[in-house]
Design a protein around this ligand. Structure first.
Ligand code: AMP
Length: 191
């Protein structure tokens, strides 16, 4: 089974993806994680995307589609969770083509629904917790970048809700509850 986790920053995509990896042995493909890894290892691409990411804007379709293609080429079988990808209609079309090319199908798109106040609270808490644990907050987990990330979501990513609804793949899940409750709703949506 291949699925997309769709939702604004702070909706819980990463948290729920990790649980699906543990419970169902699926493979998480997070473009955000891949881009952060490219930055940490100091690749050319990592340097190009750094400022864009810190501002909270989307990096180019070409870059993220290339990252996903590389991952799909490296895996023998599916069971993919696309986390934070696709984020634009062009990426959604490209993912459809890539899955067809690799003989895979898209089984469901889970839309995690959360209101903006909760998103801001969750993200700012995530930043505080990272610092409290002796680490560093993500450079884009601050109010200014978050405002831009939310606007990018509404302008460029939320049209995917209509796109996947029209394709018959969309399943809305209330992302406001406790982690366990959201997981249970996702399991129901996937059954
Ligand atoms: P995330 O960890 O999913 O919140 O992503 C962090 C940042 O990485 C985003 O704010 C974007 O700058 C960039 N990014 C991640 N995934 C994508 C994508 N599919 N398309 C464009 N930019 C992305």
């Amino acid at each position: 089974m291949n699925i997309i986790l769709l939702g604004p920053p702070g909706a819980g995509k990463g948290t729920q993806a990790s649980r699906l990896v543990e419970e169902r042995n699926m493979i998480q493909l997070s473009t955000g994680d891949m881009l952060r890894a490219a930055r940490t290892s100091g690749t050319e691409m990592g340097k190009i995307v750094a400022d864009v990411m810190d501002r909270g804007e989307l990096v180019t379709d070409e870059i993220v589609i290339g990252l996903i293609r590389e991952k799909l080429e490296g895996e023998k079988a599916g069971g993919f969770i696309f986390d934070g990808f696709p984020r634009t209609l062009a990426q959604a079309d490209a993912l459809g083509d890539l899955l067809a090319e690799f003989g895979e199908t898209l089984n469901a798109v889970i839309e995690l629904q959360v209101n903006d106040e909760v998103l801001v609270e969750r993200i700012l808490n995530r930043a505080k917790e990272a610092v409290a644990a002796g680490g560093e907050a993500r450079a884009d987990d601050n109010e200014e970048s978050l405002r831009i990330r939310l606007m990018e979501y509404y302008k460029k990513t939320s049209p995917l809700i209509g796109y996947y609804h029209a394709k018959g793949n969309l399943k809305g899940v209330d992302g406001l509850g406790e982690i366990e409750a959201v997981s249970a709703d996702i399991a129901k949506a996937l059954s």
